[in-house]
Every structure is written in structure tokens, then in C-alpha cells.
Design a protein around this ligand. Structure first.
Ligand code: NDP
Ligand code: 2IT
Length: 446
């Protein structure tokens, strides 16, 4: 990093204390931008980076709700509207007890670059709450979602800010939030994505993030003249993204041997396939938040308190959460012969872990490139909503596949152009940055 980016990073840290994940995301981007800033002094003089690290708007609000026993609870709700240079704010909503302002700022910041890579007109945002859905009844989830929307509705809209799902927010929660928005606004619009098929949702959106990750990994493997056929694949998480990824890997002839949760990981040497993939949906909707039940159901090994990176594999797909793969885990993967790490989660690998992959020269893609299929398909849902015409699943899947191939090629070509061939990190960061930065230059100091 140069004096300029070092100074800027120090300012970001001073101005946003106690937000380590946000600092980490900013540092990773800045690490890729040196040559761009040298070649384009106008980005520096117009303070593009200084503006990009400051959210356009941050909304923080009280979310009071009543549980089934009549007790009142208060959670904190957030929406970070990070950047609208290339389209309305777009990004998921996360319900998890680990949610803080800093976590959502890192996610919103990443989202700006990711959405730019999709080629669709979407700015970046992220929202959520420290609400813990674990052990909550359906009615409690509904009341929480309604209360969350009672405040959020005044800040969002189909041309302003379009939220979607993320950890702890799936079709059920989107349904409750959409219902409440519609009631408050007296408008049926495409204000959220990930909607049900009967009320404006897009086919393939539930599978899209995981499918996209695997389409992207397929392109990475192609650069080494390899395919998924016969490959052993290690997956972390057991939620929405993991589910889609497992389905597509299996369809392409690969074998997924692990899933993980906050309680540990399962090892299934025969592969997670068939009814076992359907069982993942039960696990996810049980609100129990553990993966051990899979081991009991299918009589396979459960390894408590550990992550799956110690298992020998050809390909690793981290699909659970941020910073779930550290330096030591990365060394294990490399030592065991893993040739490709393709991120489904947002920022699952620490900066030290990423350096291990770079030094070992194995294929490694950051989430903002390889998990962009989810938000890209949200963009396709917005298009269908605007046209008031749904597409077939073949049509959506074809577009998703094309978008993932395009993002892959953009990463490769941009990395090459900026002197670091093969670096998906630099390719994604630079290409994502350029589109947004140029739009900001065109629109003046706003
Ligand atoms: P889900 O809620 O469906 O699943 C999340 C999985 O990660 C669960 O297994 C979950 O268990 C585990 N997990 C979450 N937080 C933690 C934690 N702090 N420690 C250990 N395990 C944890 O979420 P998604 O599948 O939607 O999201 C997974 C990742 O993919 C996230 O990083 C998300 O930001 C990213 N992503 C999601 C997209 C989408 O469209 N849904 C699109 C692009 C990226 P638990 O029940 O404990 O949460
Ligand atoms: O991290 C992400 O890209 C998502 N959670 C999906 C966002 C979206 O708007 O579909």
C-alpha cells in the first residue's frame, strides 16, 4: 500500500472505531487499487475513495416486539445505504445476534463492488438486526419482521432501496416484510427480492447464489483444464448458499463430503446427495441452528467445535459466514492438495488466509465475484417486476450462467491488464471499483 492508502486506512480506522470487519474489507480493496490510482490521478483528486468509504446514509432504529409469552423485547435495526452511483441501493438483510453496525458496513461496502461486477444497474446497501431467530416460533418471527418493516418502509422503495435475504432471512421473512410494506404503503411493488413465486418472485432466486458460485468455480477449473467431475468438495455452512452449491456440484459429478454449522461439521464420505440435500432445507428451517442432526439422521461422523478445512479435498466452497477460514485453515487446505477455493459467503477468508492461497498460487476467488449470482438474480427479479412479466427457470438460469461467466472473464482480463495475472482478488476489486468511480466522476461531487 502507498502513503496515500495507508493514511486513508488509518483515517477510516480512527473514524469508525471498533469495526474490524469494515476495516478489513476496506484494506482488502485498497490493497488492489495502487496501480489504478497511479494511472488515474483524477480518482485521488476527486476524493473518490474517501467518498466510497463513507455511507451515503446510515439508518439505525428501535425494533420492539412481543414474544409468545407476552414479554416485550427490543432489538436494533439497521440499513446502510452505501452507494447509489450506478443504481438504487441493493443488498440483503441479515438477522443474527452477531450483527453490529461494523458488520453491516463491511457487507454494504463489499456489496457496492459486487453489484458493479454483475453488470446490472444496482448500487450497494445492507441491513439487518441483532435479532436471534434461534428457537423462535413462526408467529414471533412474523411479529419481529412486521415491527422491523414498520420503520424500514419509509426509507426503501423499488427505485430507492431494494432489500433481500441474507443470513437468517429467507423466503418466509421476506414474505412477512413484504406483506407489512404493502399494507403500510398501499402499493404492490418490487420493493424486496427473494419474493415467493406467486407474488412477484423470480424462479431460480433461491438457488441462484449457490448455483452462481459453482458456475464461477467451473470457469476457474477450466483455466486448469479441469471439471467438477470426480472432484471431492468441502462445503461450510448448511444454509441457503450451501444448499444451492451442493445441488449444482452434485449435478456436475462432484462429491460434497462436508457441511458445517456453529456446532461443528459433518463428514459424509458417500456425498451429500439426493434426499440428503432436501434434508438441508429442514435443518435450515428448524430454527435450531445445528448441523449435528444431519449426522444422526444419516449415521455419519460429526466433528464438534471444528470447521471442515482439515478434510482432504480438491475444491473448497466456504458458504457460512465472514472470517470462518484463517491462516492455519488455509495452510491445511493447501497441504492437503486443494486446488481451488471459491467463496460463497461474504469475506469468509481472513487477509492472512488469502495470502497463503496467493503464495501457494492456487485458484482463489473472493465472494464479491463468486457469490454475485444471488444479487444478480435479484436484479433479474427487479427486471421481471418492472416488465410485469415472469421468465421461465431456463431463461433465468441461462442469464445467471452467462453473468457468472462474464464476471469470471472480467476478473481475469482486469487482473491481466493491471499486471497481476491470475489474481481474482485484484481483478474483482479493480473492475468493481472502476465502474462506480467513473459514475461518481460523471455525477459530480454529491
Ligand atoms: P443462511 O442463514 O441460510 O445460512 C447461514 C449459514 O452460516 C448457517 O449454516 C449458519 O448457521 C452459519 N452461520 C451464520 N453465522 C455464523 C457464525 N457467526 N458462526 C458460525 N456459523 C454461522 O444464510 P445464507 O446461506 O444466505 O448466507 C451464507 C453466507 O452467504 C453469508 O456470508 C451471506 O452474507 C452470504 N451470501 C448470501 C447470499 C444470499 O442470497 N442469501 C448472497 C451472497 C452471499 P447459523 O444458523 O448460526 O446462522
Ligand atoms: O450478499 C448478498 O449479495 C446477498 N445477501 C444478496 C443480496 C440481494 O440483494 O439479493
Amino acid at each position: 500500500m502507498s502513503d496515500y492508502t495507508n493514511k486513508l486506512l488509518a483515517e477510516v480506522k480512527a473514524k469508525n472505531p471498533a469495526e474490524p470487519e469494515f476495516h478489513q474489507a476496506v484494506e482488502e480493496i485498497m490493497g488492489s487499487l495502487e496501480l489504478v490510482l497511479q494511472r488515474h490521478p483524477e480518482y485521488r483528486s476527486m476524493k473518490i475513495l474517501e467518498r466510497m468509504v463513507e455511507p451515503e446514509r446510515t439508518i439505525i432504529f428501535r425494533v420492539p416486539w412481543v414474544d409468545d409469552q407476552g414479554e416485550v423485547h427490543v432489538n436494533r435495526g439497521y440499513r446502510i445505504e452505501m452507494n447509489s452511483a450506478i443504481g438504487p441501493y441493493k443488498g440483503g438483510i441479515r438477522f443474527h445476534p452477531s450483527v453490529t453496525l461494523g458488520i453491516l458496513k463491511f457487507l454494504a461496502f463489499e456489496q457496492v463492488f459486487k453489484n458493479s461486477l454483475t453488470t446490472l444497474p444496482m448500487g450497494g446497501g445492507k441491513g439487518g438486526s441483532d435479532f436471534n431467530p434461534k428457537g423462535r416460533s413462526d408467529n414471533e418471527i412474523m411479529r419481529f419482521c412486521q415491527s422491523f418493516m414498520n420503520e424500514l418502509f419509509r426509507h426503501i422503495g423499488p427505485d430507492t432501496d431494494v432489500p433481500a435475504g441474507d443470513i437468517g432471512v429467507g423466503a418466509r421473512e421476506i414474505g412477512y416484510m413484504f406483506g407489512q410494506y404493502k399494507r403500510l404503503k398501499n402499493e404492490f411493488t418490487g420493493v424486496l427480492t427473494g419474493k415467493g413465486i406467486n407474488w412477484g418472485g423470480s424462479l431460480v432466486r433461491p438457488e441462484a447464489t449457490g448455483f452462481g458460485v459453482v458456475y464461477f468455480a467451473q470457469e476457474m477449473l477450466k483455466t486448469k483444464k479441469q471439471t467438477f467431475d470426480g472432484k471431492t468438495v468441502v462445503v461450510s455452512g448448511f444454509g441457503n448458499v450451501a444448499w444451492g452449491a451442493v445441488r449444482k456440484v452434485t449435478e456436475l459429478g462432484g462429491k460434497v463430503v462436508t457441511l458445517s454449522g456453529p456446532d461443528g461439521y459433518i463428514y459424509d464420505p458417500d456425498g451429500v446427495k439426493g434426499e440428503k440435500i432436501d434434508y438441508m432445507l429442514k435443518l435450515r428451517s428448524s430454527n435450531k441452528d445445528i448441523v449435528e442432526d444431519y449426522a444422526k439422521e444419516f449415521k455419519v461422523k460429526f466433528v464438534p467445535g471444528k470447521r471442515p478445512w482439515e478434510v482432504k479435498c480438491d475444491v473448497a466452497l466456504p458458504c457460512a459466514t465472514q472470517n470462518e477460514l484463517n491462516e492455519e485453515n488455509a495452510k491445511d487446505l493447501v497441504k492437503n492438495g486443494c486446488m481451488c477455493v471459491c467463496e460463497g459467503a461474504n469475506m469468509p477468508t481472513t487477509i492472512e488466509g488469502f495470502k497463503v492461497f496467493t503464495d501457494a498460487k492456487i485458484l482463489y476467488s473472493p465472494g464479491k465475484a463468486s457469490n454475485a449470482g444471488g444479487v444478480a438474480t435479484s436484479g433479474l427479479e427487479m427486471t421481471q417486476n418492472s416488465m410485469r412479466l415472469p421468465w421461465s427457470s431456463e431463461e433465468v438460469d441461462k442469464r445467471l450462467h452467462e453473468i457468472m461467466i462474464r464476471i469470471h472473464d472480467t476478473c481475469i482480463n482486469t487482473a491481466e491488464k493491471y499486471g497481476t495475472p491470475g489474481s481474482y482478488v485484484n481483478g474483482a476489486n479493480i473492475a468493481g471499483f472502476l465502474k462506480v468511480a467513473n459514475a461518481m466522476l460523471d455525477q459530480g461531487v454529491v
